[in-house]
Write a protein that binds this ligand. Structure first.
Ligand code: B16
Ligand code: MG
Length: 223
């Protein structure tokens, strides 16, 4: 059987940490007199911590010194980590573990490709870290999604050519990054948002083992 590289985004694909990012950014924004809605939170999905704060300041028409900017990023992360520390395996999204185990059984390469600098502690909390052959996260890349750096690094670590990699992503920027890397892009979420993806599913309960086997045997192609 051919070895493919299956690359998973973290937030929105493996676990729903977006709700904790929302609570922490809302606290932070409100503390400096800026409103922050769930709709605005959507625009921060897949976006780095630094870029997220820049966007919030733009929305609130605020400017800060570099020192204050860094202090606020630190505060947001402390608040976010207080939620992460409460996480356990019950927060793994439906059928993720089943999919990972199926692919491990088929001797496929498994990598994480996330913008988060907290990816490893989160995977540890939900007891999934050991299932991945490679982890590429926000600590390892200099260019954020939609730049393909994160996924190309993951492919390199897996020793699999980019054209033999498959990316599962919930953000538009992540789908664009996968497409630029010439990888098969699979959107997890709404069709109306992720229409640039080669295939789109609401969640992993819709991804059958026969579809995964078709990918492994080269019967699924980029659109
Ligand atoms: P951190 P992903 C991304 O994770 C989140 O979607 C995004 O909302 C967050 O700002 C980013 O990680 C950075 O996270 O503050 O933990 O470094 O979707 O790429 O797994
Ligand atoms: Mg994501």
């Amino acid at each position: 059987m051919t070895k493919k590289g299956f690359i998973f985004d973290l937030d929105g694909v493996i676990v729903d940490t977006a709700k904790y990012h929302f609570l922490a950014w809302k606290n932070l924004a409100n503390s400096i007199g800026v409103d922050f809605s769930e709709e605005q939170n959507e625009h921060l999905k897949g976006v780095s911590r630094k870029r997220s704060l820049e966007k919030i300041l733009d929305w609130g028409n605020k400017t800060l010194s570099e020192e204050e900017f860094n202090r606020l990023m630190g505060l947001k992360n402390e608040d976010y980590l207080s939620h992460i520390n409460q996480m356990d395996a019950s927060e793994i999204l439906p059928d993720i573990e089943k999919t990972l185990d199926f692919l491990i059984d088929k001797e496929q390469g498994l990598a994480l490709g996330s913008a988060s600098k907290n990816a490893k502690p989160i995977l540890k909390k939900v007891a999934l870290l050991h299932k991945f052959d490679a982890i590429v996260d926000g600590n390892d890349v200099s260019k954020a999604k939609p730049d393909p750096e994160v996924f190309l690094n993951a492919a390199k670590l897996l020793g699999v050519a980019p054209k033999d990699c498959i990316v599962f992503e919930d953000s538009v920027a992540g789908i664009q990054a996968a497409n630029t890397a010439h990888m098969l892009s699979i959107g997890i979420g709404q069709k109306s948002v992720l229409h640039e993806a080669d295939y789109i599913f609401n969640d992993f309960t819709e991804i059958s083992e026969s579809f995964l086997l078709d990918i492994i045997s080269n019967r699924v192609h980029k659109k």
